[in-house]
Ligand binder design. Structure first.
Ligand code: KG4
Ligand code: ZN
Length: 347
């Protein structure tokens, strides 16, 4: 007899967030029983970036109570779940190992199957869910995925919810990384994205003339290290003390313009019927509004709510559901290993 619902417990710990979610999936909708996220941001602000060893040690300390809180809020036990989903890559090896070891131990103790989830696929697969209505979305293919985070900048062509190909990516720094590095140059707190973006609101986007890289490259790749160097030179040569907002606005304009122009080209060339965005930088308000204004006439634009832009276990549960619906198999606890350099193209 077919089961009426499927209860998935999900675990995420690939970088500096520890998160656990319990999600019940029905035929037409889903219910989030609990979703707990513990962010280590305050700790990493002192070093202006994540120190991997520090992140891993903090996970060891916080994971038991994140798990405990998620179980208590969900009002179910681990014995009740149908499977356990866990991020197995990519990410920081010490951080990944924490979540994977917790998932494997619980799978072993409770005789539950495991679903190994690729963190990058999970970010973009949130597009298949209406997170406000808690319903599934009927997405039209081909779909273009724009992944913009602290570690990745990729344009991904989807032909189904699980078949995808990277068609363009950064040749050096990720877009979020460039926001973070510019923030450090301007003595703004870590992570830089939200602070640079907030300052930019008061600045002039043409206050400083910065270069848009890869403009004539005839491909879908981007590059952000030259922009960071240009901002460094600007800060060195000029007294920008009074004009930090102009530096932020000029930088943000060029950083976003570069990826937006490549996205326009990609959507046109691949005939994308849907465009979705995900990853930490998708919290950027200018990028969100530009995406809607530039693309809503040519395709459907899907942008996740702010709370799922950054790392979280809810997206891991959603990805597990999509992958299982599309042929992935849950496995025995012994079959899952952490993979720090996993590509989005691999399940
Ligand atoms: O996806 P994410 O939470 O973590 C990974 O990198 O996997 O992304 C974090 C990145 C950081 O670089 C942060 O500065 C950036 O997202 N970010 C932003 C904004 N909010 C977060 N960048 C630009 N504007 C924002 N509002
Ligand atoms: Zn992420």
């Amino acid at each position: 007899m077919k089961k009426e619902s499927q209860l998935i417990m999900a675990i995420e710990s690939s970088c500096d967030e520890a998160s656990v979610a319990f999600v019940r999936f029905f035929d037409t909708h889903f219910e989030v029983l609990s979703h707990v996220v513990y962010s280590q941001i305050e700790i990493h602000q002192k070093t202006h970036g994540v120190v991997p060893e520090v992140a891993a040690r903090k996970h060891v300390e916080t994971f038991p109570w994140v798990l405990d809180e998620a179980i208590t809020k969900a009002g179910v036990g681990i014995a009740d779940v149908d499977c356990i989903a866990v991020t197995y890559g990519p990410g920081l090896i010490g951080s990944l190992m924490m979540g994977v070891q917790v998932a494997k131990s619980l799978a072993l103790a409770y005789h539950k199957p495991l679903v190994a989830i690729n963190h990058l696929r999970a970010h973009l697969q949130t597009a298949f869910f209406d997170l406000e209505q808690k319903k599934y979305r009927d997405v039209k293919f081909p779909m273009m995925g724009l992944l913009v985070s602290g570690g990745h900048t990729e344009l991904v062509h989807f032909t189904t919810p699980v078949e995808m190909k990277i068609i363009g990516q950064t040749l050096d720094d990720a877009i979020g990384e460039s926001f973070d590095k510019v923030a450090t140059l301007l003595n703004l707190p870590y992570p830089g994205g939200p602070h640079v973006s907030k300052m930019a609101q008061q600045g002039d986007v043409h206050g400083f003339d910065l270069p848009i890289a890869m403009k004539h490259s005839h491909d879908y790749n981007v590059s952000y290290s030259g922009l960071k160097t240009a901002v460094r030179d600007l800060v060195k040569k000029n007294d920008v003390h009074e004009r930090v907002a102009d530096v932020c606005a000029s930088f943000e304009y060029v950083a976003l313009e570069q990826i937006l122009q490549k996205t326009v080209k990609a959507v046109q060339d691949f005939g994308s019927k849907t465009l979705c965005m995900a990853g930490g930088v998708s919290a950027n308000r200018v990028l969100r509004s530009e995406l809607v204004s530039r693309f809503s006439n040519s395709c459907e634009v899907i942008i996740p709510p702010f709370e799922v832009c950054t790392d979280n276990a809810l997206m891991i549960a959603l990805s597990a559901y999509i992958e299982l619906q599309n042929g992935a198999q849950a496995v025995d606890y012994s079959a899952v290993m952490s993979k720090p350099n996993l590509s989005i193209e691999i399940r």
